[in-house]
Design a protein around this ligand. Structure first.
Ligand SMILES: C[S@@+](CC[C@H](N)C(=O)[O-])C[C@H]1O[C@@H](n2cnc3c(N)ncnc32)[C@H](O)[C@@H]1O
Length: 138
C-alpha cells in the first residue's frame, strides 16, 4: 500500500480557492502529522507513507501495477492529474474509488471527475456513501 499526502493540506497549485474554503483550516496546526502516520503504519512492512504533492510526488515513487486506487484529496485538479499518471497502471478489473464525489459542496470535484471518466469511456457508479466507483475495463 502506497499512501500519499502533503501532510500540510491542499496544495495551491492543484486546488481551487472554493475547495480550500470548504476545507477551511481543518489541516492547520496538526502536530507531528506525518511522524504520527509513519509511526501508525510502522509495523506493516508493505505500507509506504510518502510525503509530497500529488501529482508531482507520483513521478518519484509509484507501483508499476495497481489493483485499488483510492483518491480522497478534496481537490479536483490533484485527483484528475493523479488519474492521468496512474490510470494506465490499474489492472483490468481493478477499482478506482473516489471519495466525496456525490457531495454537493464538492461540485468542482464532481464535474471534473465526471468529465475525466466520460472522456476516457468509463462508467461511474455513484454510491450512497457519496463516493464514486469505477471498474477498469479493457
Ligand atoms: C479528506 S483528507 C483525507 C485523508 C485520508 N484519506 C484520511 O481519510 O484520513 C484529504 C487529504 O488530502 C491531502 N491533500 C490534498 N491535496 C493534496 C495534494 N495535491 N497532494 C497530496 N495530498 C493532498 C490533505 O493534506 C488531506 O490530508
Amino acid at each position: 500500500m502506497y499512501l500519499y499526502d502533503t501532510f500540510t493540506g491542499l496544495d495551491e497549485n492543484y486546488s481551487e480557492e472554493v475547495e480550500r474554503n470548504v476545507i477551511g483550516n481543518a489541516y492547520d496546526n496538526i502536530e507531528n502529522w506525518h511522524e504520527n502516520v509513519v509511526e501508525r503504519f510502522s509495523r506493516f512492512s508493505r505500507v509506504k507513507v510518502i510525503k509530497g504533492v500529488v501529482p508531482e510526488v507520483l513521478l518519484e515513487e509509484t507501483p508499476a501495477q495497481i489493483a485499488f486506487l483510492h483518491l480522497d484529496l478534496n481537490a479536483a485538479a490533484a485527483e484528475a492529474t493523479a488519474l492521468e499518471v496512474l490510470f494506465d497502471r490499474i489492472s483490468v478489473g481493478g477499482i478506482v474509488l473516489m471519495d466525496d464525489y456525490g457531495r454537493s459542496e464538492n461540485f468542482v470535484l464532481h464535474m471534473s471527475l465526471s468529465k475525466w471518466m466520460n472522456d476516457h469511456g468509463h462508467t461511474v457508479l455513484e454510491m450512497l456513501t457519496g463516493q464514486e466507483m469505477v471498474i477498469k475495463r479493457r
